[in-house]
Design a protein around this ligand. Sequence first.
Ligand code: SAH
Length: 350
Amino acid sequence: MNNILSYTPEELKELVRALGEPAYRAEQIFTQLHKGITLGEMTNVGKQTKQKISAAVDCSLPTVRKKLVSRLDGTVKYLFELSDSNCIESVVMKYEHGYTICISSQVGCRMGCKFCASTLAGRVRDLEAGEMLGQIIGAQRDLGIRISNVVMMGIGEPLDNYDNVIKFLKLVNLEGGVNIGYRHISLSTCGVVPKIYELAKLDLPITLSISLHAPDDETRSAIMPVNNSWGVSDLLDACREYYKTTGRRMSFEYTLISGKNDSPESAAHLASVLNAKLRSRTETMPIHVNLIPVNEVTESGFQSSGREAVRKFAAELEKRGIRATIRRTLGSDINASCGQLRRESADARE
Ligand code: SAH
C-alpha cells in the first residue's frame, strides 16, 4: 500500500499516530483528500506534519497527461499518469441523470481477449484501491463536477485484482469520502468464475456485468482465452448464484463481431442458453443484454457488424424474452473506447 488514498479512515489514523501526530488529524486529512484537496494544499495541517506524511506515503493524485473532449457529446477521456509514470485511461460521460466515470483497474491486462486493445501488451501491474479512487477524484477536480456513477470497464480485469477492487468499492462508498452508493456502481468481468462466487458472498448491491460475447465454448474460447479455464456453463452457474445471493439484475455485454458471433442463429443460441441456465418456471431472473458493435482495433483485424445485423440480433433476443439494448456510442470522435489511448502513447514512446 503506497498511495494515501488507499488508506481507510482507520488505517490513516494508525499512520498519523505512528508518525507522532494526534489521531484527529487523520479525519481532517481523509475528508479533504477525498474532496480533491491535496495534502500540500491543506491549510489546516502544519508543514512538518505534511512533510512527515509525504515522506511515508505517496500523496499524489494521478496527473492528466492527455485530455480529449468530444465535440459531439462532451465525453472526456483522460490519459492519467501514475506516480511510477505508468499510464491508465478513464472516461467521463454525461447522461441525463448525471456523470458516469469509466475507470481502469490495472495497468494493462493479462486476460488476452482477442478484440481488446488493453490486453495487447499484457499486464504491467495491478492498481491500488487509491489509484482507482484517484481517477474519480482527479476527474471531479479537473472538471469541477460531482460524479454519481462508476463503471469498472476501463483497462484491466477487476476480478484479477480482487482485493484492491473490493477495498476500492468500500472506500468509494464511505459517507465521509466520495460517497457513491453501491447501486451506482457496475463491475464488468470477462468471467473469473471463482471470484464471482467470492463477490456474491459479500452481497454488495453493485451491478455485475458479464462480458459474454458468445453463447458457446468454441466461439467464446476462440476470442476469449479465459473461457478455456471457465466455460460458458460454469460462468452462467456463477451468475445464477450471484443473483440468488444478491438479488441484483444481471447484465451481459455482447460485442458483435462480423462473421464471428453476430448471426441470427447465434442470437437464438444465446437466448436459449440464457433462458435454460438462468430461468426456470419458479425463477424469473431479470436479464439484460447490452449489444456493442465491436470497436475496430487495428491489431485484431475484427470488423464491426453492420447496423442491420445488430438490429436483427437484438430482435431475435427480444423475441425470446431477453431484453436487449444497443450500446449508444459516446465520444466516437475521441476514440473513447478503452485501451486505445494508452496504446497510442506507448507506441509513440517506442
Ligand atoms: N475486463 C473487464 C472490464 C474491461 S473491458 C471485462 O472484460 O469485462 C470492458 C468491456 O469492453 C468488456 O465487455 C469488453 O469485452 C469490451 N471490449 C473490449 N474491447 C472491445 C472492443 N474493441 N470493442 C467493443 N467492446 C470491447
